[in-house]
Design a protein around this ligand. Structure first.
Ligand code: AMP
Length: 317
């Protein structure tokens, strides 16, 4: 497995593969890899000849108040796990995707620096703008409606940052296929919509959620849960599974199902950010659960925010 750090080297590598007639899959991640990430790489094997996994913690998708500085990392561990899969040909781990080799932030005259309130409309501010005192990066991709609800409501810069960094990765790696986990359901739908709307020649695959044996959805953030919080966090999967059973028995009221979920998770000690029942593709909230919906939840346990979801494909009886 090759380890590639520079954008130019990554693009040259991909183009070499293409010249050799190989198709390429990209699996974007933020590292601290677990079985959920590795399952995406294995899924990728079914869709392309060579697989690139990227590891990059993107400052553009974190608000200054969020957990960028405490986001876990383990480069050697990631390297070992990816090698052990035997299916990954390249690991792309750039130091800084926003380094354009142009005059840096300090040489940008103050009046040209980006900051909140510098334009007519107050721009959301991410760690990218904040940490660099206003860098030279000023182009963002936004999927206007889909980015607003659910995770977008409490994390206003998040999906703008994700869509932008994924666009950058797509342009650098030039894959034929990219694999995203349904664990981040809204993210997967946003990237699919972006690719459709902007005519990227890339197929987007959504891959199933991988869970721990006790049902907790795998996440790099799980290591930050205290033993007590981790136990309480099992209430998420419990509540979602119970909801599915209720729906299969004929419950169709979104409000009723949401109330049950909120009750179960709150009783266990979780703090709800949101529970939504939305149509699978449009992510529009539904009042009646009649077909193809997904129940999405975000909740805090201690200072860790977890997300999870369950697709409901069966029509209610
Ligand atoms: P992250 O490193 O958290 O940004 O995740 C990178 C990719 O892995 C995203 O497409 C996630 O949806 C996916 N992913 C993370 N956790 C899981 C999981 N438990 N099951 C399936 N995919 C996952």
């Amino acid at each position: 497995m090759e380890v590639i750090r520079e954008k130019a080297d990554m693009r040259a590598w991909s183009r070499r593969m293409r010249r050799d007639g190989k198709s390429l899959a990209l699996v974007p991640t933020m590292g601290y890899l677990h079985e959920g990430h590795l399952s995406l790489a294995r899924e990728a094997r079914a869709h392309a000849d060579v697989i690139v996994v990227s590891v990059y913690v993107n400052p553009g998708q974190f608000a200054p108040s969020e957990d960028l500085s405490t986001y876990p990392s383990d480069f050697q561990g990631d390297l070992r796990k990816l090698s052990q899969t035997g299916v990954v040909q390249a690991l792309f781990c750039p130091r800084n995707l926003y380094d354009y080799d142009t005059p840096g932030p300090l040489s940008v005259p103050p009046r040209h620096r980006l900051s909140a309130g510098s334009g007519e409309e107050q721009a959301p501010v991410s760690c990218l703008e904040k940490e660099r005192g206003g860098g030279t990066h000023e182009t963002w991709v936004r999927v206007e409606r889909l980015e607003k609800g659910m995770c977008g409501a409490s994390r206003p810069v998040f999906f703008r940052g994700v869509a932008t960094v994924v666009t950058k990765l797509f342009h650098i790696v030039e894959p034929d296929v990219a694999i995203f986990g349904k664990k981040d359901y809204q993210q997967w739908r946003i990237i699919s919509r972006m690719v459709r709307d902007l005519d990227f020649a890339i197929e987007i695959i959504g891959s199933e959620i991988v869970r721990e044996a006790d049902g907790l959805a795998m996440s790099s953030r799980n290591v930050r849960l205290s033993p007590r919080d981790r136990k309480q966090a099992l209430s998420i999967n419990k509540a979602l599974s119970e909801a599915k059973v209720h729906i299969s028995k004929g419950s169709v009221s979104s409000q009723e199902i949401k109330d049950r979920i909120i009750q179960t998770v709150s009783d266990a000690g979780g703090r709800i950010d949101y529970v939504e029942i939305v149509e699978q593709e449009s992510l529009e909230p539904v009042e009646k659960i009649e077909y193809l919906v997904v129940i999405c939840i975000a909740a805090w346990f201690g200072d860790v925010r977890l997300i999870d979801n369950i697709e409901i494909d069966v029509p209610a009886v």
